[in-house]
Ligand binder design. Structure first.
Ligand code: DQQ
Length: 473
C-alpha cells in the first residue's frame, strides 16, 4: 500500500474503496460512522457497509464490515447508501438493496450494542417498487425521521423530464410504508443550469431551529455537487425559500448528517478522489471523509457550517501573524510546521478591490501550486487545483463560488490542509473542498497575498491515529 498521499487527520478506510457516509448515529456514547465500501479493490464495486467508531468525533477505530450483500437476497448486487435510526429498543438501518435493475429500501436491526452484528428483515425490500403513476428515472437512498409515533422517510429520485425529486412516505413501524407525495421536485427556475440533474441521490431532510433543510446530491451531470433547499415544513409539505450549494468543490459528495447527544446536527461528506483508477490501484486505498461539520442557520435563513470544536484537540504548535498588506505573494516561515498538515484561521476586512490568496506550493518550486482566493471586487471565492499536480493522472479544477461579502465586515477563512485534502470554509457559509496530488508531496510551502491587513493563525495538526483494523467479519 502506498500511503504517501493518504490524509492523516481525515478519516480514510483501512484499505480499498470508500464512498458515502452511511448510518451516522451517536449511540450509547459512541459515534458510529458506516460507509460505502468495496473491500476487494480500491475501486467502486460490490458495495458493503464499512464501519468505524469514535468517542470524540476525531479519533476513529476501524470495526468489522457491518453489512454484506446476501447472494440470495434483495441486496445481492450491493448494500447501497442508507441511514441509522434509534428505535427506542435498538437501532434500525434503512438502506438501498440492489438486485439487478432494482434498487429498493431494505431494513436491518442491530443484534448487539456495539452495532457490529445486524439482522436483515426477512421481508425485504420493505417497499416493492417506486410510486405508481410517476415516471421515475432513479430511486435510492434514504432519510428517515419520526414525528410522534409515526416514521417518515424521503427517498432520492428523479422524474422523467423534470429532474431530481424526493419522495415522501410514512409508516407506523418502518416496515409498512405508504407513499404520500413528492416532498420536492427540482425547480429549474432556482437551480443554475450547470447544477440541473437527472436525479437527487442521498437526500437528507433535517430540522435546524424553526427551519427545515433538504440536502441532495446532484447526480447525473458532468458537474455534480450538493444542493440545499431551506424553508418551512408544515403538514408534510415543504416550502423552500432559499437554495444554495452545501459545498461548491467537486470532491465533496453524498453528505449525511445526524443529531448527537448534545443536540448538534453534524454532517460528514465523502471526499472523492480526482485521479485515475490506475493511481488508486497503485495506492491500495481510495476515499476520505470530510471533517465533521456542525450545521446551523444564518440569520438570513441560509445554511451555516462550522467545523466541530472537537477537531481543535488535534492542534499542536501555533504561529500567529499580524498581517500587513502586500501586493504580491509573501513566503511564510512555517517554523517546522509541515505545510501539508495544518489548519489556518485568517481574518481580514476587505475593501472593494481586495484580493486575498493563500497558495500552497511544492518545496522546490512553485510549478505545483494550489490557490485559495477571495476577490471582493468580483464577489468570488475560488479553489484552484488545476496546477496542483504534475501527475497527468490527477485531475485538477478551478472551482468557484459567487459570494456575498458585507461591506466593512470581516472575512473569515478556515482552511484545513491534510496531505491530499484541502477543505475551506468562508464566513461559516461557503465551502470549497478538493483533493490534490502534488508529486512533490512531502511538505508544502505557504505563500500569502492580501491587499489589506489582517490576522492569521496557523496550527500544526496531529494525525488522528487509526488503530489497526479488526479482521473483517
Ligand atoms: N452511492 C451509493 C448510492 C448513492 C451513491 C452507491 C452516491 O446509494 O446514490 O455506492 O454516491
Amino acid at each position: 500500500m502506498d500511503n504517501r498521499l493518504r490524509p492523516r487527520y481525515h478519516f480514510t478506510p483501512p484499505a480499498n474503496w470508500m464512498n458515502d457516509p452511511n448510518g451516522l448515529i451517536h449511540w450509547q456514547g459512541v459515534y458510529h460512522l458506516f460507509y460505502q465500501h468495496n473491500p476487494e479493490l480500491p475501486l467502486w464495486g460490490l458495495m458493503h457497509w464499512g464501519h468505524a467508531t469514535s468517542t470524540d468525533l476525531v479519533h476513529w477505530s476501524h470495526q468489522p464490515i457491518a453489512l454484506v450483500p446476501d447472494p440470495d437476497g434483495p441486496d445481492r448486487d450491493g448494500c447501497f447508501s442508507g441511514v441509522a435510526v434509534n428505535t427506542g429498543d435498538g437501532v434500525a438501518l434503512m438502506y438501498t438493496g440492489v438486485q439487478g435493475e432494482k434498487q429498493l429500501p431494505c431494513l436491518a436491526k442491530n443484534a448487539d450494542d456495539d452495532l457490529t452484528a445486524w439482522v436483515k428483515y426477512p421481508g425485504n425490500p420493505v417497499i416493492s417498487a417506486p410510486p405508481e403513476g410517476i415516471e421515475t428515472t432513479m430511486y435510492r437512498d434514504h432519510s428517515v425521521w419520526k414525528e410522534g409515533d409515526t416514521w417518515f422517510q424521503v427517498i432520492g429520485s428523479g422524474i422523467a423530464g423534470k429532474g431530481g425529486a424526493a419522495m415522501l412516505y410514512r409508516s407506523p413501524d418502518l416496515i409498512e410504508w405508504e407513499f404520500l407525495h413528492p416532498l420536492l421536485v427540482e425547480q429549474p427556475e432556482v437551480i443554475a443550469p450547470e447544477w440541473r440533474t437527472l436525479g437527487w441521490e442521498c437526500p437528507d431532510f433535517v430540522t435546524l431551529g424553526d427551519r427545515h433543510v433538504l440536502m441532495v446530491s446532484l447526480w447525473g451531470l458532468e458537474l455534480s455537487g450538493i444542493g440545499y433547499f431551506a424553508g418551512t415544513y408544515d403538514h408534510h409539505h415543504f416550502t423552500p425559500d432559499q437554495y444554495g450549494l452545501v459545498d461548491g468543490g467537486r470532491s465533496f459528495y453524498a453528505p449525511q448528517s445526524f443529531t448527537d447527544a448534545s443536540g448538534r446536527r453534524i454532517m460528514f461528506g465523502w471526499l472523492r478522489e480526482t485521479c485515475s483508477d490506475a493511481r488508486l490501484l497503485e495506492r491500495g486505498w481510495a476515499g476520505a471523509m470530510s471533517l465533521p461539520r456542525v450545521l446551523g442557520m444564518h440569520e438570513d435563513g441560509s445554511l451555516k457550517q462550522t467545523i466541530a470544536s472537537e477537531v481543535k484537540a488535534l492542534r499542536g504548535r501555533q504561529i500567529h501573524l499580524d498581517w500587513t498588506a502586500v501586493d504580491w505573494f509573501r513566503d511564510i516561515d512555517l517554523r517546522g510546521i509541515p505545510g501539508n498538515q495544518l489548519e489556518i484561521e485568517a481574518e481580514f476586512t476587505p475593501g472593494d478591490d481586495t484580493l486575498l490568496a493563500f497558495s500552497f506550493c511544492g518545496v522546490d518550486d512553485d510549478s505545483e501550486r494550489t490557490v485559495i482566493s477571495v476577490t471582493a471586487r468580483d464577489s468570488e471565492f475560488r479553489l484552484d487545483t488545476s496546477l496542483s499536480s504534475h501527475d497527468p493522472d490527477a485531475t485538477g479544477a478551478d472551482d468557484r463560488m459567487s459570494v456575498t461579502l458585507d461591506p466593512g465586515a470581516p472575512v473569515r477563512l478556515h482552511i484545513f490542509v491534510d496531505v491530499s485534502i484541502i477543505e475551506v470554509i468562508l464566513n461559516d457559509r461557503y465551502c470549497l473542498t478538493a483533493r490534490i496530488y502534488p508529486v512533490n508531496n512531502d511538505d508544502l510551502r505557504l505563500h500569502i497575498s492580501s491587499t489589506v491587513d489582517g490576522t492569521i493563525d496557523i496550527w500544526e495538526m496531529a494525525p488522528s491515529v487509526h488503530p489497526s483494523p479488526v479482521a473483517a467479519g
